[in-house]
Structure formats: C-alpha cells, structure tokens
Ligand binder design. Structure first.
Ligand code: CTP
Ligand code: MG
Length: 435
C-alpha cells in the first residue's frame, strides 16, 4: 500500500482489532497519536473515560501541529463514529493534506479473542460489540466522507501481511538546489526558446526520436538544470517541437516543468474530455494532428506526468505556474491544484473576460522565493519574494529566463505576435519613455 507523505492516516476499527499493533509495526512512535496515550498523559490512566474529551482535544491539536510541519501523522483511536472521523478530516483539510483511512473490519470473535490476549488492559466485550455495530453501519458512508484512499482489512491475516511504502508528494524536490535556469511561458514559441537557450549557454543538437520526429537535445552549461513554469503549449507556431524538447530534457534529467493551465487543458482534451476549444488550443490540436501516429497519446501521458508545483532548495524556491501562497507550499489538495493552475481567483470575471484574481503576491510574506508565470507582464516583476517571468512572448513580448540562485534575468525578443492578449500588458509607443 502506498501512503502519501505527508498525510494524515486515520485508523478505524473496534477495540481489539489490532490498530495499535499495526501502527507500531509500520510507523515511528512519534508519528502515532493514540487516544490511549493522550488519556494517560492527562489522567495517568489510559482507560479513564472521563479524560476522553481532553485527550482528543490534545490529540487533534498535536495532529494539527504535525501537519503544519508537514509530518506524516497516524491517528490511533477507534474512529467508528462519524464525528470522530470528521474532526480528523477537518484537520487534514485545514492543512491541505490528504487523509487516508485504514479500516479494520474484523469479526467480533477475532476482536474479542485478540482483546483477551492483551497483557495490559482489556476492553469489555460489550464495548467491542458496540464498536462493531457502529462500524457496520458506517463502511458505506466512509467512502463519501472525503478520504483520499480507503483500505479495508477484513481478516487479521490481511492486516498482518500488508506492506506499506511511503510516497513523497511530487512537489518534493527540496534536495535539489540548482543552479537552475527558470523559463517563462513558452506557448509553442520554439524558435525563441532555442534562441534563449543559446543565450543562456546551452548547446543544441537536433536528433531523431523513435516515432520518426526530430527533437532538440540540450547540453546545459555547468550542470545547470532548466525549470519551466508551465504553459508550454497553445497559440504559438510549434507546440509539438516545444513538447518534444521539454519531454526529452526531463527524461535526461536536464529539466523539470510544472503544469500550466494550458498544458492541463490540452491534456484533458487529449484524454477525450469535453473542453472548450479556445485560447489557442485549436492551434495545438492542428499542429499535433500533423505529427506521427501515437504522438498525441505520448503527449497526453507526458502532460499528465507534470506536477502542479515544485519545492526546491530546502524549501527556499517554489515554482508554480500561477504562483502559490506560502501556506500551500508542498501541500496537496483541490485548492492547491486550482491555485497552481489559475492563481487566487474569485470566480468572477473582469471587463476583458479574464478571471478576477486576488493579489496574493502583494500579501506574500513567505520565506521562499516563488517563481511563476501565467499573467503576462511587460517586464519580469518582483512583488515581495515573488517573481513573475511571463513576459508575453507569444503576444509579441519577450521570452524570459531567470538564473537561480543568481536571480539574473535573460530575455529574447518575440519573433512575432501570434495572438492578441485579452488584456493589454505592453506599453503603447506613446507611453514609452523616449530613448
Ligand atoms: N493482536 C494479535 N494479532 C494481531 C493483532 C493484534 O495477537 N494481528 C493482539 C495484540 O497483541 C493485542 C491485542 O491483539 O494484545 C489487541 O490489539 P491492539 O493492536 O492493541 O488493538 P487495538 O485495535 O489497538 O485496540 P484498542 O482500540 O482497544 O486500542
Ligand atoms: Mg489501541
């Protein structure tokens, strides 16, 4: 069984079903928050039921602190009642981390027999009966409560033989500290990308791919790595060429890319989903249709593999297409996903038909530098420790890179205006200062 790390693991089952035994086998003592231990902590007696409310108050507080620090946390309590699970789910939701349920739905005879073997304290058989009756009514409902994954054990042997592997969230690149060259929204502008890479000192060689197409292979200077802020596709003249280059570089370990909203929409279209064909998607589909058979499916898989955001350098650098608030760095929820793709939108639209966005960057006080794209600006724009490097190449602006950790900007001029921005972002001739 794969368990996301960090996440909140909620054990559910009657007394004597083996929850604590299971927890001890698979998790570190500091990862396990057991209601018994919290009861003992405040009343010197782990079976003192009067201490139960206080014990759970402390348990949830501790779980919240652990999740705040991105620590995998296991809640070892019966959790057969809806309210108990809801409180666990609320904590996970508050910290934008997944909750995983592990249900011990063992028969009464097994739980009673196991309970009798306990060297410490035994629970009355009646209590076990009650837990089992409550859980039996709940197993269907648990499916709809908001757990990311639910694993049900129906026999002690099943619980005994399972192996658990932890899986780091795909944003977890804290061990990589560069040097990086971060590249703004490319939008199918392959010639400008090649020019920018040359300017950054990358070697370029065109080589054949297995499907008969050609790909640009890059040779980075000084072990540098490319980081794309997403929106590789749409509007520009050569989306397939950009996708090939980035995929090849990622496979060779020379690049990483997050997913932009355009990449996500193209991926959904290639998966057969019904999406609105707008904002340059038709150009991408037409260009892809001229590629060898199998290319579309290859690119669907590639785009699907792109993470929504990445956290580097011990947490000092965060890359996300539309930026990311500090409390969402390294986290994994629907809210994080929407923020990474679209920014802090309100659900309303402005006079240009663009989603109204809250100015999260103006309120950003995080310690990480956040590099992103999504909304074109005339020049790379620093706001607090956030840097937007989408300088509107596809709209006739510039394609911009920033070197990390140097934070030097390198740009090349767009070769043409391939689309009109919905909202003007370039100064008009008249508004520019005289040169
Ligand atoms: N046990 C066992 N074989 C297993 C699992 C548990 O023999 N596969 C035994 C344990 O050694 C223990 C008893 O069954 O003596 C109860 O297991 P425990 O893990 O303590 O059960 P919990 O579900 O944690 O019960 P409670 O809710 O009361 O804490
Ligand atoms: Mg226990």
């Amino acid at each position: 069984m794969l368990i996301p790390d960090p996440s909140l693991v909620v054990l559910i089952g009657p007394s004597g079903s083996g929850k604590s035994t299971f927890a001890r086998k698979h998790f570190k003592p500091t990862e396990i928050l057991s209601s018994d231990a919290f009861r003992a902590m405040i009343s010197d007696d782990e079976s003192d039921q009067h201490a139960t409310p206080g014990a759970f108050e402390l348990l949830h507080l501790t779980a919240a602190k652990r999740l705040q620090y991105s620590r995998l946390t296991v809640i070892d309590a019966t959790n057969v009642k809806t309210e108990a699970r809801r409180q666990c789910l609320d904590v996970a939701r508050k910290y934008h981390l997944p909750a995983i349920a592990i249900v011990f739905q063992l028969d009464e005879a097994t739980c009673v027999a196991q309970n009798q073997q306990r060297p410490d304290r035994q629970v009355p058989d009646q209590a076990i009966k009650r837990h089992i009756a409550t859980l039996d009514q709940m197993v269907r409902q648990i499916q709809h409560e908001g757990f990311r994954e639910i694993r049900v054990f129906r026999t002690a042997a099943e619980a005994e033989t399972i192996t658990i592997k932890r899986q780091r969230h795909d944003s977890w690149k804290r061990h990589l500290n560069g040097p990086f060259d971060l590249i703004g929204d490319v939008h199918g502008c392959l010639p400008e990308l090649l020019e920018l890479l040359t300017k950054l000192g990358y070697g370029l060689e065109q080589i054949p791919e297995a499907d008969g197409g050609k790909v640009w292979e890059i040779t980075p200077p000084d072990q540098r790595q490319l980081l794309f802020v997403g929106d590789l596709v749409d509007r520009g003249p050569d989306t397939p060429g950009v996708l090939r280059l980035v995929r090849h570089a990622i496979r060779q370990g020379k690049a990483l890319s997050v997913r932009g909203n355009h990449d996500d929409k193209l991926q959904r279209k290639l998966s057969g989903r019904d999406v609105n064909i707008s904002s340059g998607l038709a150009d991408s589909l037409e260009q892809i249709s001229r590629e060898p058979i199998g290319f579309a499916e290859e690119m669907r898989g590639f785009l699907d593999s792109l993470p929504l955001h990445l956290v580097f350098d011990g947490g000092r650098l965060v890359v996300s297409h539309a930026g990311l608030k500090s409390e969402l760095h390294g986290r994994d929820s629907d809210r994080v996903r929407a923020f990474c793709l679209f920014g802090d939108t309100t659900g309303e639209y402005d006079q240009y038909g663009l989603p109204i966005r809250l100015n999260w960057a103006a309120d950003y006080h995080g310690s990480a530098t956040v590099v992103y794209g999504h909304v074109p600006t005339y020049q790379p724009q620093w706001v607090n420790k956030t840097l937007c490097i989408d300088t509107g190449c596809v709209f006739g602006g510039w394609l911009t890179a920033v070197r990390y950790p140097e934070m030097e900007m390198v740009s090349v001029r767009s070769h043409g205006k391939f689309a009109d921005p919905k909202k003007p972002f370039m100064p008009t001739e008249e508004s520019l200062p005289p040169t």
